[in-house]
Design a protein around this ligand. Structure first.
Ligand code: PRX
Length: 665
């Protein structure tokens, strides 16, 4: 098992749902949760028949699921289908169905820019804008199944862009605006996007992120992108850009044909298994994985989980602080909340811009009632001091959520007391890009929360913790967290790499999905996730593959070899430490560190910058040449007396040298 990601005090207290919350909750007792969970596993057809009614099905589905397990050689199979026979258009559930209710004039998106301006878009307005953009994409020749890239910041148009793609059956691939031009290029080339939607620039921590200029750099080496649509967020003075004739068009100058508008107004329905989006995430190799999600199962889960976990009501203003470029933004800013007709708060910028009181002023200003954020942010707020929080009137809050990494009990308790005033339930939610929606949580109003535990399985989810030999671990013993059966919102494959999909997730233990996380289950069935046990790091809630960092580093002409590992960090959960061996004629220096940092900025993006770069003459390796990461992790953690068996080290002096070396970080 990995080292704990952040310090954890023992916390035995548990928190019952308040009577007030319970009175109104949709699922109001642990017994009700258990009965419903049992039904979801034993009679999935009935369960989902009842719980997928919010979705607008053009053709009702006839069969809940079909599953072909992985083949014995782990190279094929693992093919899942859900809601067979059903057809739908995702945007009819997220938009059209609200146009005939009071939601038509309700705020769908309440937006605040980093510079303080605000905009509100009603469901009517989002629908109008989606139709217009969808029609323009049709005019550009985009057909169902074509890929469209989205490289944008946190503006309402990013949600509009995603929905416009879904409207016409195009598969969107959102690339987080913090990724570099090179990372964007690789993703666009991998998925073969025909159109890229971007914006001139976005505000982040007081400066302008020049998205269009970065997109231009990427587009110098993309083969498939024919058109670029550019949203004017900043204007020419703030973000000077060049528009390429015949390729680039401004968003506000799109003038779709009447014929396409008519088609976009009365959109086609797609098979429940029609691809909805590809989202790239990190795995154990240098190449990011293009996680593919489809339509019916993804939306059914996004819808049900949003409704039940966040307990959203018409009177709520719900705020998920994730970036729309990650899966949390897909499922819990766009598809889930809009499918339930929620009013969604969206904020463009950084939590401490211009000062650490920003989030709390947003809550006060707009009356946010549900806040869903990440432990890293919570720990940063703790560090910045309670005053920033308590200065604001947070009495509108009634529910809090956490996602992205294990929440340490101290952070949980602070969140509960200082932000939630002791009255708001906290829903911790464990899930992954690949799972599409929340898999483990504490349902508010129904079950007791235990600080530090991600709670109990969501409906349709059956999990286990396995020992290395594949047998179930007894209560409280840590092991590998697996999911025992396919579920509707699971990734269907990895784009153009189904073999990797089968081998990464479905072939380590027969019949079960390997999450890559370690966990234990306590005697009450509560799951305690300890963190990743594969070569993936979680730095400030950002998923970073060590192999990606390493391959980026070795692509620098001065680097001979590199190894990236995580070390526990009180703020970030894990910090990224890289060990670098330079080529013979190159010297370790401060300038070299800066050059390597800039190289990572260019290859991946600033968010993947190593916290420490350590130079070494050689890396510790086994006789077969494998880098001994366990030892490097211990060295990185400042554990000078490295534990464990070192007899397989090829050169013990290498390790000794590393251990003795003063960190120049
Ligand atoms: O290690 C787990 C951690 O984040 C990983 C998934 O990262 P990503 O695909 O980027 O999705 C993040 C948002 C869903 C998981 O394998 N993780 C996510 N949520 C939690 C968590 N670890 C502990 N507790 C959580 N609530």
């Amino acid at each position: 098992m990995p080292e704990k990601s952040v310090s954890r005090v023992k916390e035995d207290r548990s928190f019952e749902p308040s009577d007030h919350f319970r009175e109104h909750a949709r699922i109001a007792s642990a017994a009700a949760y258990r009965a419903m969970h049992r039904e979801s596993l034993e009679q999935p057809d009935e369960f989902w028949r009842e719980n997928s009614q919010d979705l607008v099905w053009r053709t009702p589905w006839t069969k809940f699921s079909e599953w072909k397990p992985a083949s014995d050689d782990g190279k094929s199979g693992a093919e899942a289908k859900f809601f067979l026979g059903g057809t739908l258009n995702v945007t009819e559930t997220c938009l059209d169905r609200h146009l005939t209710t009071s939601a038509r004039t309700r705020a769908a998106i309440v937006w605040e820019g980093e510079t303080g301006e605000t905009r509100t878009l009603t469901y009517f307005e989002v629908h109008r804008d989606v139709v217009r953009l969808a029609a323009s994409l049709l005019d550009m020749g985009i057909k169902a199944g074509d890929r469209v890239g989205i490289y944008m910041g946190m503006v309402p148009e990013t949600a509009v862009a995603m929905l416009a793609c879904a409207r016409i059956g195009a598969t969107h691939s959102v690339v987080f605006g913090g990724f570099s031009a090179d990372a964007l290029r690789d993703r666009m080339n991998d998925c073969g996007a025909r159109v890229l939607l971007t914006q001139d620039g976005a505000y982040r921590r007081g400066s302008v992120v020049p998205l269009k200029n970065m997109a231009d750099a990427a587009l110098e080496s993309t083969e498939t992108i024919e058109k670029v649509v550019v949203l004017r967020r900043m204007g020419k003075e703030l973000a000077p850009i060049a528009m390429k004739d015949g390729r680039d068009v401004y968003w506000d100058e799109l003038s779709p044909s009447a014929e396409s508008v008519a088609r976009a107004k009365a959109p086609e329905a797609f098979d429940a298994e029609h691809p909805l989006f590809i989202l790239y995430t990190s795995g154990s190799t240098g190449k990011p994985k293009g996680v593919l999600h489809t339509t019916g199962g993804y939306l059914a889960t996004a819808n049900l989980s949003t409704k039940l976990i966040f307990d959203i009501r018409e009177s709520d203003l719900y705020w998920c602080t994730a970036d729309v470029g990650w899966v949390t933004g897909h499922s819990y800013i766009v598809y889930g909340p809009l499918s339930v007709g929620a009013s969604v708060m969206m904020y463009e910028g950084a939590p401490n811009q211009p000062d650490p009181g920003r989030f709390w002023r947003i809550i006060e200003r707009h009356g946010v009632s549900i806040l869903y954020t990440a432990p890293t942010a919570i720990r940063a707020f703790i560090r910045w001091g309670d005053d920033h929080v308590t200065k604001a009137d947070l009495s509108s809050l009634r529910l809090l959520g956490s996602v992205g990494e294990p929440i340490n009990p101290e952070a949980w308790l602070w969140y509960h007391k200082v932000v939630g005033g002791g009255r708001c339930p906290i829903v911790d939610t464990w899930w992954q890009t690949e799972t599409g929606g929340v898999m483990l949580t504490t349902l508010p109003g129904a079950v007791t929360a235990k600080p530090g535990s991600t709670g109990l399985p969501f409906f349709g989810v059956e999990i286990a913790v396995l020992r290395d030999d594949g047998t179930p671990a007894p209560a409280n013993e840590s092991g590998k967290l697996v999911i025992n059966r396919p579920w509707p919102s699971m990734a269907r494959t990895l784009w153009k790499d189904s073999e990797r999909y089968v081998s990464a997730y479905w072939s380590q233990n027969p019949g079960v999905y390997t999450t890559g996380d370690g966990a234990r289950i306590d005697e009450g069935g509560y799951v305690w996730v300890t963190g990743r046990i594969d070569d993936v790091l979680n730095v400030s809630g950002h998923r970073i593959g060590t192999a990606e960092i390493e391959s980026a580093l070795v692509s620098h002409p001065a680097v001979a070899e590199a190894a990236a590992v995580g070390k526990p960090d009180d703020l970030k959960g894990q910090a990224l430490v890289v060990f670098v061996t330079l080529k013979g004629d190159k010297t370790a220096s401060k300038e070299m560190k800066d050059a390597l940092t800039q190289h990572i900025d260019r290859e991946i993006g600033k968010f993947a910058r190593p916290d420490q770069i350590r130079f070494t003459d050689a890396l510790p390796k086994t006789r077969s040449g494998k880098i001994m990461r366990r030892l490097l992790r211990e060295v990185a953690s400042g554990n000078t007396d490295a534990k464990g068996d070192t007899s397989t080290l090829e050169d013990l002096s290498v390790l000794a040298k590393l251990r003795d070396q003063k960190d120049e970080g």
